[in-house]
Design a protein around this ligand. Structure first.
Ligand code: GLN
Length: 448
């Protein structure tokens, strides 16, 4: 009831798309009865969770915030959702986001923009803007997002909360609407590390419905958080000296690095010459994958279909897709189709794959000598609504610090440690090697 009231009182933030009020209350009552009867309680007994509108929940609408999927109802639940429900979670509703998770501001949604609760004239970040604001404004305890190139960490940073993206292949993608399949991961928003850890622990692990998910055993992260271990910490020199970075963010992170050194950690700068190549590589590869993934939305199998009469099949596809997809999604489908086309494949797609391979190798090398990498999450604090909408390149370039983890498949988290002189929060980004979420969470718990 508390969360439902909060949601009603903050409707103008536009974080939720649908709220499952009656169903959630009923579930809460059932769980309460279960507890009174002395039944064993799940690890998430009564935990109130919101889902980004790209995650399927059987019998509930899911649209990736797109007109093309308006009024589509999921016929099955994502594996991650099933696991949450099995542990007693209450799903309270689905959350606004950028259409098909493409964007960094939550301004590309067919349901309209989401407001940052800290300052309502500013963007909350994206693409999981609704998921971030839902936790920021106390509309649910924790929420799920998806992170293809920063969509959990960046809005967490801009909203002043914790946002974690696991290693690629740690959580099943079954039931997650695909944007770029070799990058996408479900991620978690919360206000503290123990909450994020327990949710992650419940969802992680092998799943027969996703062949890319790892069979490595899942650790009991939430009960292993406390440690006074001293870490070997690397920060990326070129990243902190980058001209696009707000100097106040750079100095906050440098100061923190100093402080960690004084506390007995080993802290050193490492060179990272690839910095200016990773955003272009990311946008070539993700638009290519997206152009293929989104070809299923043809107006025939499901979703929006043009009502125009007398169309042949190709015209029907064209009319439905032209009206169903928003501007940014169309831009990316066109970019992706272009970089995959016969004459340009080697010049763009193959080159981008090479950059990805170099990045994977260089990241691995860093982790031969270090346990964690520190970076900013974003180059600036949350900007004003509308400020960057007309400049997609500038918007893409702001993903400079987040795309690395997705290109390399490593886990990463944004921790709300700082406040800017403009009053807005910003975070520290931490990364560890692939499947070392335990160190990621332990280190985070130490610095939080
Ligand atoms: N801003 C990035 C993009 O638009 C990241 C999106 C995401 O992680 N889903 O692609």
């Amino acid at each position: 009831e508390h969360y439902l009231q909060r949601i009603e009182a903050t409707r103008h933030l536009n974080a939720f798309i649908d709220v499952y009020a009656e169903e959630a209350l009923q579930k809460a009552k059932d769980l309460d009865a279960k507890r009174s009867n002395g039944a064993t309680m799940g690890r998430l007994h009564g935990v109130v969770i919101g889902l980004k509108d790209v995650i399927c929940y059987e019998g509930h609408k899911v649209s990736a915030a797109s007109k093309i999927l308006r009024d589509f109802t999921s016929i099955y639940s994502a594996t991650a959702v099933i696991r949450l429900l099995e542990e007693g979670a209450i799903i309270i509703g689905n959350l606004n986001c950028d259409e098909f998770a493409m964007g960094s501001t939550n301004e590309n949604s067919s349901y309209g923009k989401v407001l940052n609760a800290r300052d309502e004239s500013r963007i909350p970040g994206g693409s999981s803007g609704g998921s971030a604001v839902a936790v920021q404004a106390g509309l649910c305890m924790v929420s799920l997002g998806s992170d293809t190139g920063g969509s959990v960490r960046q809005p967490a940073d801009l909203c002043g909360i914790v946002g974690m993206k696991p290693s690629y292949g740690r959580i099943s993608r079954y039931g997650l609407i695909a944007y770029a399949s070799s990058f996408d991961q479900i991620g978690v928003f919360g206000t503290n590390i123990p909450d994020v850890a327990i949710l992650f622990e419940v969802m992680a692990g092998a799943d027969e419905y996703d062949s890319t998910v790892s069979h490595q055993p899942v650790e009991a992260y939430a009960s292993l958080l406390q440690t006074d271990k001293k870490y070997r910490i690397a920060y990326l020199a070129e990243a902190l000296d980058h001209p696009s970075l707000d100097p106040e963010i750079a100095s906050a992170i440098k100061n923190l690095a100093e402080k960690l050194k004084e506390q007995g950690h080993e802290v050193e700068p490492v060179a990272f010459k690839l910095i200016d190549h990773i955003v272009p590589a990311y946008y070539v590869l993700t638009t290519a994958e997206a152009s293929s993934n989104l070809s299923r939305f043809d107006g025939i199998k499901y979703g929006y279909r043009s009502k125009a009469e007398g169309l042949d099949l190709n015209e029907l596809y064209k009319e439905s897709r032209s009206a169903g997809f928003g501007r940014e999604v169309k831009r990316r489908i066109m970019l992706g189709t272009f970089v995959l086309s016969a004459g340009y494949y080697d010049a763009y797609f193959t080159q981008a794959q090479k950059v990805r391979k170099l990045l994977v190798d260089q990241t691995q090398q860093i982790f031969n000598n270090f346990d964690v990498i520190l970076l900013p999450t974003t180059p600036s604090t949350a900007f004003r609504i509308g400020e960057k909408m007309e400049d997609p390149i500038a918007m893409y370039l702001a993903d400079i610090y987040t795309v690395m983890a997705n290109l390399a498949g490593i886990p990463a988290i944004s921790l709300p440690l700082f406040t800017h002189s403009n009053g807005m929060p910003f975070g520290l980004q931490v990364m560890t090697k692939r499947f070392d979420e335990l160190s990621l969470l332990r280190f985070s718990e130490q610095v939080m």
